[in-house]
Design a protein. Sequence first.
Length: 373
Amino acid sequence: MMSFARSSRVVFSFGVVSLLTLLAVPAHAVTIDLVPVGNAGNANDPATGNLYGGVAYDYQIGKYDVTIGQYAEFLNAVAATDTNSLFNNDMMYEENIRGISAPGYFGSFSYSVMAVSGSAPYGGVSAANRPITYVSWWDSARFANWMANGQPTGNQNSHTTENGAYDLANWTSGTAPARNVTNPNTGAAPTFFIPTNNEWYKAAYYSPLLHSGSGGYYTYATQSNATPGNVIGSGSNQANYNNYGPLSVTQLGYSGGAFSQTLGVQNYLTDVGAFTNSASFYGTFDQSGNVYQWNDLDGTASSSRGQQGGDFILLPTYLSAHAGYTAAPSDESYSVGFRLASPVAVPEPSTWVMGLAGIACGGWQMWRRRRAR
């Protein structure tokens, strides 16, 4: 039961003419693919007692979960000295989800993406595109801060991980803070953050086309009310979960303990977006299955945060819209990751606008030369 990389711009003013021109696009290692979520003002899901899913504004959300490769880039940028324990050793040792190694010593840790555990064809490939797990809400918020601050490099401080979208002040447990209205490092609204439960829920389950165009909610984030299958590929309504025995990656049933199967040690995560024809209405992938994802509940400061979406080891009921949970923000698990959200993007200047800007600048320069004679 539910409980609960930007472009740099500048404005030049020439008398009464203001021109928005693109200066530069910073070349950062991590790019978050975002999809727009429109249809502002949608109603809550009646199946939850009209509690969840309504969002009064447009926004963007990650098309995919944050990946192992992206999180490794983050660690290499800010965790040579890992002050706030952004790296969990199980990211390296838990065979069923592992993907990051951390050689070195305190002050000079270096992080590398590992190969997926398991026998061919299920293992041996890079884990870079699998979702990161064993991240707490605090870890996820620090990643959001880092993204909102432009992916800086350095120690974990107020300019890298400790402020931005959230004022974390080196806390790793206790009450999770509300999102900042203004990023103190940029003077503007945070450009990346953890979605609220409503933002996450709407992106996963809502479609404005349901009920003859009046809008409604699917049970699963694959645009379906029917139980998904779990075969990787281009089939519709598929997800990574335990289909009453066979797990998605191997299509084999249990043989032994909690994670043991007939092929022995095995990574059971799938690459983000691997179920290519099973997106939500807005174009997100893996909001049902693969791993649970953190959300900010109603966005207020709280001793708990939300987890939604189900994971690779659980039965289909846990993938449904009605199976969210709350957990302490410090909770870390093999089956929990996160995705980011963002405000609506400011449109880039189009070619014709840039052309007009050039004409205006040229005309202004000619006017200056004529005035100078």
